[in-house]
Write a protein that binds this ligand. Structure first.
Ligand SMILES: Cc1cc2nc3c(=O)[nH]c(=O)nc-3n(C[C@H](O)[C@H](O)[C@H](O)COP(=O)(O)O)c2cc1C
Length: 263
């Protein structure tokens, strides 16, 4: 089901209106009250949609509700930009997952989804596996999270100076779906470790690779000595690191302002 928003172009209303387009029906929703004001069968609605398409339609993505039992009252959709965040680690108590969640949750006015790489465990990538069995469905699922988001926050665990195997495996699989792995979304790359270098080596690797793949803004921040500088209750406790983080976060949120709401 696809939702379209029409800006002041609908002759019957000067308000913004919302059109919900399903295989069966097209519904028009009063933007302010959230009431359904128009219902038609798809065949009749199609020409109306085409007319609207020739005006300025802004597709908002997927929306799965209703079926045939339509409630006369529908809540207006929350029009929030979507952020996905994850620690690039499969450790249950990942400090990078904690940092990624902390940073994403600092961002007010966005819908935040925290992913766990354990939910995307796949066979180790090999070209032979791909040729024999294709790309695993979990890779497509992960990729959907990327393409349906407005921005991406990743905090990298450093394993022997590089990506964790868990992240690299997902990265390899999704890179087989589409070359533009990160779909040109603004990214905030983070890294932390218990040691004093704060996993800077893997952060540099990720940043230089992603800068070549993605023309959009890529902000970055590394937090050294995680256990000394981070508190579960208060977040980053060191003031200078906190300031550095805020500066990079601003770069990221400024880039997000330029993106359209996705649904
Ligand atoms: C196999 C392995 C290799 C590691 N290599 C590094 C390393 O190169 N640099 C580093 O700073 N920490 C290294 N560490 C320590 C990690 O920074 C530490 O385990 C951290 O908690 C990983 O992040 P996570 O908790 O998000 O998984 C390594 C840990 C493991 C298990």
């Amino acid at each position: 089901m696809t939702v379209f928003k029409v800006k002041n172009k609908d002759k019957r209303s000067s308000q913004e209106a919302q059109f919900i387009y399903s295989p069966f029906l097209i519904l028009e929703m009063d933007w302010k009250s959230g009431r359904l004001v128009f219902v038609a069968k798809r065949t009749r609605a199609s020409s109306r949609l085409q007319q609207l398409a020739s005006e300025k339609l802004l597709p908002l993505g997927k929306f799965s509700i209703f079926g045939r039992n339509i409630s006369p009252k529908i809540k207006p959709l929350k029009m929030m930009k979507q952020i996905i965040a994850f620690g690039a680690s499969n450790s249950k108590n990942s400090i990078n997952k904690k940092l990624a969640s902390y940073v994403a949750n600092k961002m007010e006015g966005f819908e935040i989804t925290i992913l766990d790489l354990n939910d995307f465990e796949m066979p180790i990538f090999s070209i032979d596996r791909e040729n024999e069995n294709g790309i695993p469905p979990l890779a497509y699922e992960f990729k959907n999270h990327i393409s349906n988001s407005n921005g991406i926050v990743i905090s990298f665990a450093e394993h022997n100076g590089s990506y964790s195997a868990a992240f690299k495996n997902i990265f390899d699989w999704i890179s087989r779906i589409e070359k533009d792995v990160w779909n040109s979304k603004p990214m905030f790359l983070l890294a932390t470790s218990p040691g004093g270098r704060g996993a800077k080596t893997v952060l540099q690797i990720a940043k230089s690779k992603f800068l070549r793949m993605n023309q959009n803004t890529i902000a970055s921040f590394s937090l050294p000595s995680f256990y000394a500088n981070f508190s579960e209750e208060r977040g980053i406790v060191d003031e200078s690191f906190s300031r550095m983080l805020e500066n990079e976060l601003k770069k990221f949120t400024d880039a997000l302002q330029k993106t359209n709401v996705r649904r």
